[in-house]
Write a new protein. Structure first.
Length: 361
């Protein structure tokens, strides 16, 4: 009887202990090791450049006279042929200019009258065969030349006095397009003053900006760290910021041999680049000058290599390692890295496709 009682007591104690242990154990958090394996994928290292669309050809039309814009014949966005009238300039009368023109007209009148007198006198001699034909022709030429000079002096005086003149139905004070294209801007408004250009390349007031909108160029500035990846003639893909789904091919045509001067003044080393854009034939997008273009240049790429997420790679000194799970414990495996695209990195040595990489949360 005592033995049975003791046995019952022992069983109760064991059962109570097991029950208490089970309760406590269930309350403890369960530790789960999350892992993933390396995968094979393509790694592409890209450089992204931001630039703009510019017309293939853009002309700044400057005035060849000083005065006031009397009338504009075009509006921004108009397509114009070569030779089309852009603006009429009313020259402001200048006392000095008028005096100079009057003086030149008087001198031209004197020279014309003298040439006329010589011509008439020698014409009679030529008719009487008292003057050689060669000598007579010289007086004829002088007479014609002085008549032309007098007419030109009259025209210059009219311009100085009235601001313009007409000859054979052509306005000499009308600025005309030197090329066909689309009017991109009209910096000079009606009533504004314009200054005569002294040379072809600098000075003077820009009356209009004309661009060839049939073909566009990609224009951008890249840093000295990025320009080393570019070569003239290379092609790359680009898209418009406004239409990211549309892809274009850009062929690089120009890489500046010298950094941009304005950038250097700010301590910003950037090189100007340009390239032609090939628009898909089926594309219905209307391109406009100034659109932001995002170009992607493939610097380097590898195919179907063993790769892992960048966030799994840890660094200690000059060594890189990855935390792995061998079934019972965590171990660190040293790895040799290859190409990275910013999300995944190629693993050249140290891992296999069977390794279990620990995902740290």
């Amino acid at each position: 009887m005592r033995i049975i009682t003791k046995l019952v007591v022992v069983l109760c104690v064991v059962a109570g202990g097991y029950f208490a242990y089970s309760k406590v154990y269930k309350r403890l958090p369960t530790v789960t090791i999350k892992t993933e394996q390396p995968t094979r994928r393509n790694i592409v290292h890209k450089k992204v450049f931001s630039g703009n669309l510019i017309p293939h050809k853009e002309i700044k039309l400057k005035t060849h006279m000083t005065g006031v814009v009397e009338k504009l014949f075009v509006r921004v966005g108009d397509y114009i042929p070569q030779g089309a009238a852009i603006a009429r300039i009313k020259i402001q009368p200048s006392t000095k200019a008028i005096e100079d023109a009057e003086s030149k007209l008087r001198l031209a009148s004197i020279a014309r009258n003298e040439a006329r007198t010589n011509f008439l006198r020698n014409e009679q001699l030529f008719k009487k065969k008292m003057l050689a034909k060669q000598a007579y022709e010289k007086f004829v030429t002088d007479w014609e030349k002085e008549k032309e000079n007098f007419a030109m002096a009259q025209k210059h005086l009219q311009i100085a006095q009235r601001g313009y003149t007409k000859e054979k139905g052509i306005d000499v004070n009308v600025i005309k397009a030197t090329t066909k294209g689309t009017i991109l801007a009209l910096p000079a408004k009606e009533g504004s003053m314009v200054q005569e250009t002294s040379t072809q390349s600098e000075g003077g007031t820009t009356v209009a900006i004309i661009g060839d909108m049939d073909q566009f160029m990609f224009s951008a500035q890249v840093t000295d760290l990025d320009v080393v990846y570019l070569t003239k003639g290379m092609t790359f893909e680009a898209s418009l910021n406004a239409f990211p789904e549309e892809k274009f091919q850009v062929t690089l045509t120009t890489i500046a041999p010298k950094a941009n001067e304005k950038g250097l003044e700010r301590g910003d080393v950037k090189f100007d680049i340009e390239g032609t854009i090939s628009k898909p034939k089926k594309s219905k997008i209307i391109l406009r000058a100034g659109y932001v273009v995002l170009a992607e240049v493939i610097v380097e790429q590898v195919q179907q290599v063993l790769a892992i997420p960048d966030k799994m790679i840890q660094e200690e000194g000059h060594t890189y390692f990855v935390k792995c799970w061998n079934g019972t414990e965590n171990i660190n495996k040293n790895v040799v890295l290859g190409l990275s695209d910013g999300l995944y990195t190629e693993i050249k040595e140290g891992l296999t496709e069977a390794d279990q990489l620990i995902i740290e949360e």
